[in-house]
Design a protein around this ligand. Structure first.
Ligand code: ZN
Ligand code: ZN
Length: 387
């Protein structure tokens, strides 16, 4: 499969650079989706447009088993600083998370699979908006799922580029592979008054200082030290001028976790931190917005991808997963079918910049590796799970 992928390497680079030059933000991927849909149609796929708002589905073959391969399409609100011929043409928008590469590799896998003899079927899920939620708090993966994208799927796989790993290597793990994320929005309510007469008011700033202390104690004092988690304050807003104590202060933040049990405990502890407002004579409102679930790779899918990668790249290029609590909405697909995401190395001496930076770029040698692993994993699953 690597040789077949090598034969289309220039095509993969061209696709990736075209997406890179024309980045679009979450749920605005209209040009991108049209291009993806056009290529899939040329390759002989049955295409559905407008899935999950701006997503695209491409199906090939019939019946079961059905393997889904997912790529995300959105870019980030960043001004690119690279000096390359394929620099972003859209001011203030950039593919700084490598989703341009994800799309090129998934299309590459679609091309490779279109010439294979197979039993069963493959489905490509080109999802919108992995990075941000829409006005209802829903990101691209769950939006695609609402439109039926996962119906009948027996295995779902994906990759994410990883610049601190050398191009030509991958990382994979069985079990939890990313953090779950929720947001919280709190408001501390006191009683406004003259800055010179604090005893006639209930100062929400004074209360918020205690609440923030308690929030920062959750991970260090309340959680089991072997449960990885984060609670961060992201904004605090309130007040008008220097000599008026306002009635309200707003505090918002994020939380990260690996297990549902820990998620539930953190919610409870955040509520308890806000309860301090009442002890100190004020009140509060607090609401949570549930974000992406933790991404849990299934043992079967991780084993499959590990074996494929060992065969295609050699054992020395299949590395252990790097633990962190970044979030990834691919976890929503994994709640509905077994599957896994692997990290694809894109780094080299020249390409070291981290994701979400204005000078992120990738060693394009990685593109044929990613396409080959996706295609080979799908084919092997179909061959060994014939119904
Ligand atoms: Zn990202
Ligand atoms: Zn990403």
């Amino acid at each position: 499969m690597v040789n077949k992928a090598r034969a289309i390497h220039q095509q993969l680079i061209d696709w990736r650079r075209d997406f890179h030059m024309h980045p679009e933000l979450g749920f605005q991927e209209t040009r991108t989706a049209a291009k993806v849909a056009g290529i899939l149609e040329q390759l002989g796929y049955r295409v559905q447009r407008g899935v999950g708002r701006t997503g695209v589905i491409g199906d090939l073959g019939n019946g079961n088993p059905l393997v889904a391969i997912r790529a995300d399409m959105d870019a980030l609100p960043l001004q690119e600083t690279n000096d390359v011929p394929y620099i972003s043409q859209n001011v203030g928008v950039m593919h700084a998370c490598g989703h341009d590469g994800h799309m090129a590799m998934a299309l590459g896998a679609a091309a490779l699979l279109s010439t294979e003899k197979m039993t069963g079927a493959v489905r490509f899920l080109f999802q919108p908006s992995e990075e941000v939620a829409d006005e209802e708090g829903v990101s691209g993966a769950p939006r695609m799922i609402q439109d039926g994208a996962m119906e009948g799927v027996d295995l779902v796989i994906a990759l994410h580029v990883e610049p601190t790993t050398p191009a030509g290597a991958i990382r994979i793990v069985s079990g939890p592979a990313s953090g779950g994320v929720d947001s919280w929005f709190g408001e501390i309510i006191g009683k406004g008054g003259h800055g010179a007469h604090p005893h006639h008011s209930i100062d929400p700033f004074y209360i918020s200082a205690h609440v923030i202390m308690a929030l920062n104690g959750i991970v260090s004092r309340r959680l089991d030290p072997f449960d990885p988690a984060v609670v961060s304050v992201g904004s605090i807003n309130g007040g008008f001028t220097e000599n008026v104590i306002p009635e309200r202060v707003k505090i918002t933040g994020t939380l990260r976790f690996k297990e549902k049990r820990v998620q539930e405990q953190i919610h409870k502890e955040i509520r308890r931190a806000f309860e301090i407002s009442r002890t100190l004579g004020g009140d509060y409102v607090l609401k949570f917005e549930i974000g992406a679930s933790p991404m849990i790779n299934s043992p079967m899918a991780s084993e499959l991808i590990t074996q494929v990668a060992i065969d295609l790249l050699g054992k020395q290029n299949v590395l252990p997963w790097k633990e962190e609590l970044g979030a990834e909405d691919f976890g929503s697909f994994l709640e509905l079918a077994p599957g896994a995401m692997f990290a694809l190395g894109t780094g080299s001496d020249k390409f070291q910049c981290l994701l979400h930076n204005p000078d992120f770029d990738m060693d394009e040698g990685c593109l044929l590796v990613g396409a080959a692993i996706l295609a080979e994993s799908a084919i092997r699953f179909l061959r060994t799970n014939r119904s």
